[in-house]
Ligand binder design. Structure first.
Ligand code: UT7
Length: 330
């Protein structure tokens, strides 16, 4: 009898640009202060991808090349590349197409997946199903965003939050029950009113007027999103534990989307987790949208042990949200 195939994460790569934008820098740009930013969000600095001709693909490529090096494979061995992003290099071709060319992934096909801050979770579940089907052996899933491209640095309510970065994982078949074990993914399009970009799409194409009105930047009603995020991320994480007959004690790590430290703390409390079990790097990178969860894995990789139960949890624009259970198998 054939053994069940699961999708194990067998390598991790990451990339953040060198340039830092600190709270002190932002104090000089808008009416804000370090204390407000730290206490309301937990953020101390973020990374910014600067320079002409640099897009999200330039965050993805080094992250994937690192992953290939660690695993000892050539990019030509990649079957599929999925990039969770809301800041693609262009509408088309997809960032995945551009990245495949940049890294020499000549035998891969791929696509971008837009689910805002849940982009990595949506992409991971999609990639895992490709492995589980038995059809593909090496699927690379990336969460990447160049948020600095869509942030208004004159708007203190959003410019303090976001940063640029990318994290990547390699999925391969596993026959011993390691890898992505379960996912609950949700969406509610009525939440779009609270967090979106007003223009640039087919509904409201770019014009002089849309540019003058600053409609190509992130629009967020912070407080409303906050309320939905706290409930959404905590509910779905608790539901995931319950349906897998697990409690907080069975979980080695919570790997949460890094939007606000207060949202992370609420989710951890609801799951009955102590703070030692929660990955938090928001202070260093801010909110990198799709990048947050794989960048946590990148930072904590050395501390992960075979057999550890991990819960990934996210909430973001859409609204989109979800939680994924992973048994670490590296
Ligand atoms: O990842 C995608 C999903 N996004 C999220 O999950 C974000 C969810 N929302 C949040 O994290 C929080 O709502 C924010 C961090 C965005 C804002 O924190 P808040 O505690 O909800 O603040 P607030 O919007 O209620 O604003 C409180 C006060 C206001 O002043 P008044 O009206 O009380 O006088 C704001 O004008 O803080 C003011 N304020 C600021 N002050 C200094 C807003 N932004 C700033 C700032 N510096 N940067």
């Amino acid at each position: 009898m054939n053994k069940k195939i699961t999708a194990a994460i067998t390598a991790i790569g990451g990339y953040v640009p060198e340039e830092k934008l600190t709270n002190a820098d932002l104090e000089k740009m808008v009416d804000t202060n370090d204390e407000w930013i730290r206490t309301r969000t937990g953020i101390e600095e973020r990374r910014i991808l600067r320079g002409p001709g640099k897009g999200t693909s330039d965050l993805c490529a080094p992250a994937i090349l690192e992953l290939c090096k660690k695993r000892g494979i050539s990019p030509e061995e990649i079957d599929v590349l999925i990039i969770g992003t809301v800041t693609p290099d262009m509408f088309f071709p997809s960032t995945a197409n551009i990245v495949c060319d940049k890294i020499g992934a000549k035998n891969a096909w791929g696509f971008d997946l837009a689910a805002a801050c849940s982009g990595f979770l949506y992409s991971l579940t999609t990639g895992a199903m490709m492995i589980e089907s038995g059809r593909y052996k090496k699927v690379v899933v990336v969460g990447a965003d160049k948020m600095s491209a869509i942030v208004d640095y004159a708007d203190r309510t959003t410019c303090i939050l976001f940063g640029d970065g990318a994290g990547a994982v390699l999925l391969e078949p596993n026959y011993e029950g390691y890898g992505i074990l379960d996912s609950i993914l949700r969406s509610d399009g009525s939440g779009g009113a609270h967090l979106h970009m007003k223009a640039g799409g087919s509904l409201r194409p770019s014009t002089y007027e849309t540019v003058a009105n600053k409609e190509h930047y992130i629009y967020q009603e912070g407080q409303s999103v906050f309320k939905f995020a706290v409930k959404g991320m905590a509910d779905v994480s608790a539901e995931l534990l319950e349906r897998n007959n697990l409690t907080g004690e069975d979980i080695a790590w919570l790997v949460p989307h890094q939007a606000n430290k207060r949202i992370i703390d609420a989710t951890a409390n609801r799951m009955g987790l102590t703070k030692e079990k929660v990955m938090i790097n928001i202070q260093r990178y801010g909110n990198t949208t799709s990048g947050t969860i794989p960048l946590c894995l990148w930072d904590w990789e050395k501390q992960l042990k075979r057999g550890d139960n991990l819960v990934f949890a996210a909430f973001g624009g859409g609204f989109t949200w979800g939680a994924t259970l992973v048994k670490w198998g590296c």
